[in-house]
Write a protein that binds this ligand. Structure first.
Ligand SMILES: Cc1cc2nc3c(=O)[nH]c(=O)nc-3n(C[C@H](O)[C@H](O)[C@H](O)COP(=O)(O)O)c2cc1C
Length: 211
């Protein structure tokens, strides 16, 4: 069978970036790019892949949803006992990647992860729809399901019962404090624009990278 994958290519013609036009603080740039992705009504504008590393140095990545950009870093929510939670516990260095194909833009970030306060996790947890709250309660995220456990029935049982719905202690947020950013904008003929930011002694240093 002929492999057509090699024939798939497109020209990127939607804009450009430069060191001069990017703001001094990369978090401001990220805020603008996320806002523009939302404005453009792309699918899942806040989705980012987060890559963690296991004890035996095997990296693994999955999508999560960015919930807040604070001055200190990026916040997302998950189960602390999940595979990613265990890997972060062992090694807090994580890598993020955002890709918005419609805008021909990618952002790469390197961060150190730490848990947000229990109060912050509570605030977000109780702001979620009841069904999502219960979903977090019934999911022992990333564990193998050996029985014919019916998670929907479990959710119904809790919603219809008189059990108080509380945030599980092992469910909450992480704040990802960045030390490296790279903003990528697709350009014609594969001569793409790349601007990196390195955190040095508390200051962000910008550079242009070769495509
Ligand atoms: C678009 C998208 C958004 C997701 N958002 C989250 C999220 O915010 N938090 C989360 O724990 N899992 C989220 N997931 C599920 C994760 O990708 C993953 O399957 C789950 O967290 C278990 O990962 P782990 O076993 O590596 O810990 C999302 C999946 C997709 C496709």
């Amino acid at each position: 069978m002929k492999n057509h994958l090699a024939d798939i290519r497109k020209e990127y013609l939607k804009g450009h970036i430069s060191v001069e036009m990017m703001p001094e603080n990369p978090l401001d740039a990220l805020k603008t790019w996320v806002a523009q992705a939302i404005e453009a009504e792309v699918e899942e504008p806040t989705a980012m892949s987060i890559c963690t590393v296991s004890k035996d140095n095997n990296p693994s990545s999955r999508q999560v949803l960015l919930k807040e950009i604070q001055s200190e870093g990026l916040v997302f929510y998950t189960n602390y006992s999940s595979r990613k939670g265990q890997e972060i516990e062992n090694n807090p260095n994580v890598a993020l990647n955002f890709f918005w194909p419609a805008l021909e833009r990618q952002v790469r970030v390197q961060c150190i992860a730490s848990k947000v306060s229990a109060e912050e996790s509570d605030t977000y947890f109780y702001s979620r729809p009841k069904t999502s709250q219960v979903g977090a309660i019934v999911s022992n995220q990333s564990s193998i399901i050996t029985s014919d456990l019916d998670l929907e029935a479990e959710i119904e049982r809790i919603l219809e019962g008189s059990i108080e719905i509380k945030r599980p202690e092992n469910w909450g947020g992480y704040i990802l404090k960045p030390n490296y950013f790279e903003f990528w904008h697709g350009r014609a003929s594969r001569v793409h624009d790349r601007v990196s930011y390195n955190l040095e002694n508390g200051n962000w240093i910008k550079n242009r990278l070769s495509p």
